[in-house]
Design a binder for this molecule. Sequence first.
Ligand SMILES: C[S@@+](CC[C@H](N)C(=O)[O-])C[C@H]1O[C@@H](n2cnc3c(N)ncnc32)[C@H](O)[C@@H]1O
Length: 134
Amino acid sequence: MPRLRRYNRRRHGAMSQAVPMITGVRNLLYKDPVLYDLAYPDDDEALAEKCLRRLSCVASSNIDSVLDLGCGTGRVLAGLAARCAVVAGVDINPIMVEAASQRCPNVPILATDLRSARLGRTFDAIIMLGNHFK
Ligand SMILES: C[S@@+](CC[C@H](N)C(=O)[O-])C[C@H]1O[C@@H](n2cnc3c(N)ncnc32)[C@H](O)[C@@H]1O
């Protein structure tokens, strides 16, 4: 087991950007949404704002509906729900779906594989933040 050095957040910034995560630690995060959010402590609102700003650069019209594929604990969904008329999430991990549903009670979140998910509608934009396939 590799030794973990004490992490200096002020010096290195958010952990998600600075430290390549050890596989065992990463796997643990997907079993406990509280740990996941501690490891990726980004500001929900700022993340959603950034996503929408980037999307608006490439969209030809207003973005009123967004689908978050692999939404995890719903940290981006929460901010998106405050800004868009229609928001939905998909995640294959029921533990993550449960956490996201608690965070965003009014957002439909499907516990299914994004490769075969059927939402029954289209969206103005789809986001997929983080590494889903390895
Ligand atoms: C790195 S996390 C990113 C979570 C979220 N987008 C975020 O930025 O916090 C990747 C997520 O994708 C989900 N995932 C991985 N493979 C998937 C698949 N085939 N279908 C749906 N979700 C998947 C995982 O369960 C996990 O919650």
